[in-house]
Ligand binder design. Structure first.
Ligand code: PLP
Length: 371
């Protein structure tokens, strides 16, 4: 089956093999006579699906035993409230630090203000190209309960290539990362992270599932106003079954984890293979942009996102014709986010290199007619 290439920022393309397997198993999962959607979340069949998904994710991302994996709901924006409700009480002053590097981290800080003191430790300057403020310049609060960063800003296309080492900055608070738009695209250095959260709908599966990977010692500090379904201690103690979890989304996420584990590339396997492929895809597109007179990207190469590549046309009036012709060429969802305009190509794990080659070919052809 020939499908167009879907560059959506999320909900985003899933691996074809995953969709095909889900389709084949839709009416009768492994001889059970029912669809996964119709199973009790506490029954043996679904429990095995959930346990396998958790096991595969732990394996794939090399999550240490000292971290718990939680399957939650509420999305990335839900976590903007759930994280402060669970962690802010760790400091007597209920202070948390935020590094503002784009739209999503700005939203995280704004939401946290409802629960305590959400201190801005650093923000992007107005310089162009845009670059992340170096950790050595961050003004961290004494006794902060946690430090929050968005490790890949989906709209702005800015990614931390290395996570900050807070202990080297003299800070013993946990680092919280919103990794919604690059989870499972590269390894995570767990020695630097206390909690990672991600909506599933970009790199993992359907919307409705939120992954939280949290260090065990960070459980059990929730404010009394925190709803029980969002108390990490409660969710962890109940194996993500305190209430009905998003069962079908967990099942699809599990199929995606297995797909990721099967990937190979130049002798590499699993996450290493996917990361190598992601580096190659991003290079292809950034090289095309940098080598052109028509397209530009305004992020410093040191922190350009491998997953979300925003770019602009020198003549803005060409943006719409570019999109129309791209659609005709089978290249979908390239419009930039409405807050910044222009174009954006999201190159999540499920985007094959052939998709990026087709996009680059379209960009060259379009440029040759308009420059
Ligand atoms: C980095 C990041 N954080 C948070 C969100 C919000 O996620 P949700 O819509 O699942 O609440 C998004 C959505 O695009 C995102 O890209």
């Amino acid at each position: 089956m020939v499908r167009p290439f879907n560059f959506s920022a999320g909900p985003a393309a899933l691996p074809l093999e995953v969709l095909e397997q889900a389709a084949a198993e839709m009416l009768d999962w492994h001889g059970s006579g029912v669809s996964v959607m119709e199973m009790s979340h506490r029954g043996r069949d679904f429990m095995s699906i959930c346990e396998q998904a958790e096991h595969d994710l732990r394996d794939l991302l090399a999550v240490p035993a000292s971290f718990r994996i939680l399957f939650m709901q509420g999305g990335g924006l839900g976590q903007n409230a759930i994280v402060p409700m669970n962690l802010m009480a760790r400091s007597a002053s209920r202070t948390a630090d935020f590094v503002l590097t784009g739209s999503w981290s700005i939203k995280s800080q704004a939401e946290a203000r409802r629960y305590g003191e959400a201190h801005v430790a650093a923000r992007l300057s107005d310089e162009r190209p845009m670059r992340l403020p170096p950790p050595s310049s961050w003004q961290l609060s004494a006794n902060t309960s946690y430090v929050h960063v968005c490790s890949n800003e989906t709209i702005d296309g800015i990614e931390f290539q290395d996570l900050p080492d807070l202990s080297a900055l003299g800070c013993d608070a946990p680092l919280v990362i919103d990794c919604s738009s690059h989870i499972a695209s590269r390894p995570i250095d767990w020695t630097r992270v206390g909690l990672a959260y991600a909506g599933a709908q970009k790199n993992i599966g359907p919307a409705g599932l939120t992954l939280v990977i949290v260090r065990e010692d960070l459980l059990g500090h929730a404010l009394s106003i925190c709803p029980s379904v969002f108390d990490y201690r409660t969710v962890a103690d109940q194996g993500s079954m305190f209430n009905t979890p998003p069962t079908y989304a967990i099942y699809i996420a599990g199929l995606t984890f297995q797909w990721l584990k099967r990937q190979t590339e130049s002798g590499l396997h699993g996450l290493a293979a996917i990361e190598a492929r992601n580096i190659a895809k991003a290079k292809l597109l950034y090289d095309c942009i940098d080598g052109s007179k028509l397209y530009r990207n305004q992020i410093d190469p040191s922190c350009r996102s491998r997953m979300n590549v925003p770019f602009f046309l020198a003549d803005e009036s060409l943006t719409e014709p570019f999109l129309v012709q791209a659609r005709e060429a089978g290249l979908l969802q390239l419009k930039g986010h409405k807050s910044v305009g222009g174009l954006r190509a999201s190159l999540y794990n499920a985007m094959p290199i052939e998709g990026v080659q087709a996009l680059v070919q379209h960009m060259h052809a379009f440029e040759s007619h308009h420059v």
